[in-house]
Design a protein around this ligand. Structure first.
Ligand SMILES: *Cc1c(COP(=O)(O)O)cnc(C)c1O
Length: 223
């Protein structure tokens, strides 16, 4: 019963307007079912194959969010059901999601991922690259994707001030884009930031969507 208990504790800390993506990657269906029974409906996964087999076997009112690094050749497997893709970091990827969504007659919600951490290993646009991509207008012709906001991961550090600065920066880019490029888009409203170790800072800096895994499901077993 620890999953339901942990879920309850996390939810109790989320202010109104902040939604929870329960990150269930590497955890079995039983763990997801426990969270589902406790009322959770949004789950996040980082591998297309794993998410698809969970989608096929679990209740159909679950909203599946893809939060991993995306490979173009895998998009077609999730296009029929995925609710939101958090990690768009190139125009090419956005265009490919659009193409696969069109094939199945859907519009897929996407978040643009910005690189805000100091580590080199994290994916994402720089703010300049992102603005350049949006300045070309090409994306406006993509009718089967909807850009719903931004996503980012802070540095993996114990330096709380550093983490806050990174989230604050992402929020500032978000506000700027919302006031300019997306000024007539109600859909551009999500700021996906915050994980188990830094969600309180993310919420303080304007997150609307936290992605929390280990704090709910326990440590992941990668074997
Ligand atoms: C795994 C993952 C999470 C959840 O991480 P926890 O530390 O377990 O909360 C959140 N976001 C992304 C992009 C992830 O890959």
């Amino acid at each position: 019963m620890f999953v339901a208990e942990n879920l309850k504790n996390v939810l109790a800390q989320l202010p109104k307007g902040v939604r929870l993506v329960a990150v269930s990657k590497f955890h079995p269906n039983e763990a997801i079912e426990e969270a589902y029974s406790a009322g959770q409906r949004i789950f996040g996964e980082s591998k297309v194959q794993e998410m698809t087999s969970k989608y096929e076997t679990l209740p159909k009112d679950i909203e599946w969010h893809f939060i991993g690094h995306l490979q173009t050749n895998k998009i077609k497997y999730m296009a029929p059901y995925v609710s939101m893709i958090h990690g768009i970091d190139s125009y090419k990827l956005l265009a490919e999601v659009n193409k696969q969504a069109e094939k199945v007659g859907r519009t897929i919600k996407c978040l643009l991922q910005l690189h805000i951490a100091q580590e080199e290993t994290k994916f994402g646009f720089s703010a300049d690259e992102c603005r350049q991509m949006l300045a070309t207008d090409d994306w406006k012709s993509l009718k089967n994707v909807k850009i719903c906001g931004l996503m980012g991961m802070a540095s993996n550090t114990d330096n709380i001030e550093q983490i806050k600065l990174e989230f604050r920066y992402l929020h500032s880019v978000f506000k700027d884009l919302k006031a300019t490029v997306f000024s007539d888009s109600d859909a551009f409203c999500e700021l996906s930031m915050g994980m188990s170790h830094d969600y309180p800072q993310a919420i303080a800096e304007g997150s609307t969507m936290v992605r929390i895994g280990s704090k709910i499901f326990g440590e992941r077993n990668y074997n």
